[in-house]
Structure formats: C-alpha cells, structure tokens
Design a protein around this ligand. Structure first.
Ligand SMILES: Nc1ncnc2c1ncn2[C@@H]1O[C@H](COP(=O)(O)OP(=O)(O)OP(=O)(O)O)[C@@H](O)[C@H]1O
Ligand SMILES: [Mg+2]
Length: 395
C-alpha cells in the first residue's frame, strides 16, 4: 500500500496484518491519513465531487438502462442463466474501456479476473476490430489472470489495486464472482465462512473502485428459488453481493430460444437512481450489440455495417471457435458451400465441424437440428440457405 487514500479507506484489521503493526497503531495511522486528506470534515452537498464516468457496453439499449454505461467508482453486477451473455459483455467492455472518451471509453487499461477459463483472445481481437482499435494494442492493455481457487481469487482481487496505481487500470472484471466459491464451500456448515470471504472481496473491490474512480463489473450465476408458489431465478451469493453492488442487471434468455437466437434481454434490478427499465440486445461474434449486425470502423471512420461473416473475411481474423488460433488447416475445403448465399467462411467452418461439407450435405440436413449446433444461425436461416442451394444446383 503506498497512497494515503488507500490507507485512509482500509479497515484497521487489514492494515494491522502488516508485520509489526498492532491494531492500535494501524488505527492511528488510518485516522491520521483521513485527517491529512480532509476526510474528517463534513462537506456541503453542493461541493461534493461526483466525477462519475461511464463505459459503453457495446449496446446503446444497455447503456441507456444503466444511465449511460457501466459507471466508475461503483460495483455493477450482471447476473443471469448460462448462455445469457455475461462473458460476452465482459469481453466487450474489456475492449470499449480502451476507446477514447469521445467514443464511449476511458482510454484506459483493464484487469480481467477469469475464474471459469472462458477468456478468449480471439474474441477480444474481433471486438477490437469492430471498434477500429489495433487488436494487439488492445491485448497488451488487458491484464488477465486465470484463477484456480477462491483464495487465489481474493489474492488477485487485492493485486488489482497495484494495476490501478501503476498501469492506468480503470476497470476490473471478475467473471464470474461465485463460480469457485460455489464449489468450494458446499453445505450450510460452510456458509458463514463463505460469506466472510465474499464480504472481504466485495468490500475490497468497493474500496478500490472508490479510491481510483475505477469501474468494477462482476458476473454472477443464478439459482432457481421457490417464492411461495412461484419459481424465479435469483443471483447467488445472498445479501452480501446484492447489497454490496450498486447496480444490478439481470440478463434473460426467456422468450428467446438460446439455441436459435442470440437475442437477449437486460433488466435493471437495482440501481441508486435509475428507473427499473429493460432493453433487448444481441450477442454477436464481435461482442454485445444492438442488432445482430455490427458496424465496422477503420480508425474513427465508420466504413459500413457488415455482416459478421464479412467481418472475418475483411479483417482476415480467424473465425474458429472461441480460443481457436484462427488456423484452419484442419478444416476441409468448404469452397462450394460458401457459394451459397448467407454462408461465409466462418459459418462454413462451423458447418464442416458438424459434418456439413458440401451443398449435398446441406440439403440433407435437418434445419432445426443443425441450427441448435451452430451459434448465431437460426433454423429459418438454414432453410433459406437450402432454398438458395437448390437454385444453385438446378441452375
Ligand atoms: N462467436 C460467437 N458468435 C455468436 N454467438 C456466440 C459466439 N460465441 C458465443 N456465442 C453465443 O453466446 C452465448 C454464450 O454467451 P456467454 O458465454 O456470454 O454466456 P454466459 O452468460 O457467460 O454463460 P455462463 O453462465 O455459461 O458463463 C451462447 O448462446 C453462444 O451461442
Ligand atoms: Mg460466462
């Protein structure tokens, strides 16, 4: 710890852990630091410096319901069922924070605490290209940590403070907050201990957010709870997470088939000064967006609205699965398939992995079955492709 602000905002027990410091000395140091910083005076409300900045989520709808985007100085929790888009949002905002302020970013770096091993460099590169940023520069300003236990998670959360101080980190992402704890602390007997660990993490993050005017995005899973006669999804982690987070957004897949559609809904569940609004957004290969098509920028200039498959081809960025290195040597030739309207190189590679390697294979496929295995392709789209394939064969 090296700044007076950090000292002033730390609990005495935390400072007393430093070798040779008793609780009494720690408290004295903290009180002195607060005096030195003017934190022991009351301030006329007119003079309160709010200095809130926002980071765009990639979707104007989501930004709107969040009051402009993810806010600095505060904790934002996004919870929802699996496949609802939480990790996609985490990836998108890890890029948009790096945009200049005029484009919805903070021109700053990001710390990414990855507890589920779902971080993908390829996805980051695609999102960077979408926003006209240099993918390699974006990766070099993203500090990633793969987490293996909840204790490791606590340790790395504490370490993010150093990144805020030295590397201009203004956003900390934890994806996901509870995944490891949920497995390590099983049963009612472990609950008190689990909540204590969680409490320390949330308070630690809150203090860092406030001290460095840094945004914090936490993703969380849900469990189905019975509320009287009704079953409803609720975030896990109980009151400590719910009360510790300033903004709480729920992502829903309900009403859309999460296999056939990448449309999602976001709902503000709790916010200090925002109405309980909701919005719709899409998951695309290049992150969260308002539609299933994304705009392509070169530098600041928008050069058009392109289908994601065209984006792959235009930028030469690999369209493999997440985590793929973009090398498609192992994928058989799909040249004939790509002559079908709606099938770009990316989709053709997805098709090939499902055994659809030729126009004949495509015509023999069951649209519903195939759509359920390919992200972003609906059964209707497959029927359209089959229709076009038939005209190609007959022409
Ligand atoms: N490259 C891609 N193009 C289009 N859609 C994709 C792509 N990658 C993932 N998806 C879709 O995104 C959804 C998964 O989103 P995400 O990983 O953000 O969910 P999550 O809320 O983090 O889920 P979990 O609770 O399992 O971590 C899936 O429906 C998947 O089909
Ligand atoms: Mg996830």
């Amino acid at each position: 710890m090296s700044t007076a602000e950090a000292l002033a905002m730390s609990p005495a027990s935390f400072v007393a852990e430093i070798d040779g410091l008793g609780e009494k000395t720690a408290k004295k140091l903290i009180w002195n630091a607060r005096d030195a910083l003017g934190m022991t005076d009351f301030t006329a409300a007119a003079e309160i410096n709010e200095n809130v900045e926002t980071i765009t989520t990639g979707s104007q709808g989501l930004d709107h319901i969040l009051g402009g985007g993810v806010q600095t100085g505060k904790l934002t929790e996004v919870f929802g069922p699996f496949k609802s888009g939480k990790t996609n949002l985490a990836h998108t905002i890890a890029v948009t924070i790096q945009l200049p302020k005029s484009m919805g970013g903070l021109d700053s770096s990001v710390a990414y605490v990855d507890t589920e091993n779902t971080f993908s460099k390829e996805k980051i590169k695609r999102i960077a290209t979408r926003f006209g940023l240099d993918p390699l520069k974006v990766l070099s300003r993203l500090y990633h940590s793969r987490i293996y236990s909840s204790d490791h998670q606590s340790q790395m959360i504490q370490k993010t403070e150093n990144l805020c101080k030295t590397r201009n980190v203004r956003l900390i992402i934890v994806d996901s907050l509870m995944a490891l704890m949920r497995n390590e602390y099983v049963g009612i007997g472990m609950l008190a201990r689990r909540q204590q660990v969680l409490n320390n993490m949330i308070h630690g993050l809150s203090r860092i957010a406030e001290t460095y005017n840094c945004a914090v995005l936490l993703t969380n899973q849900v469990a189905t709870k019975m509320m009287g006669m009704f079953a409803a999804d609720d975030a896990i982690g109980g009151n400590i997470v719910a009360h510790g987070c300033h903004f709480r957004v729920m992502f829903k897949t309900k009403g859309f088939s999460s296999n056939n559609s990448l449309k999602r809904r976001g709902v503000i569940v709790d916010a200090p000064d925002l109405p309980p609004e909701e919005c719709e957004f899409y998951i695309t290969s290049a992150g969260i967006a308002d539609t299933d098509q994304v705009e392509l920028h070169v530098g600041n200039a928008k050069i058009g609205v392109l289908d994601i498959e065209t984006l792959y081809e235009e930028t030469g960025i690999g369209a493999g699965d997440d985590g793929d290195d973009g090398d498609s040597d192992d994928v058989p030739s799909t040249a004939s398939l790509t002559s079908v309207k709606g099938i770009g190189k990316g989709t053709a590679e997805h098709f090939a992995k499902q055994g659809i390697k030729s126009i004949e294979n495509l015509l023999a496929a069951q649209p519903e079955d195939l759509a359920s295995k390919i992200p972003g392709v609906s059964s209707k789209k497959i029927r359209d492709m089959q229709q076009h394939a038939r005209t190609l064969i007959s022409s």
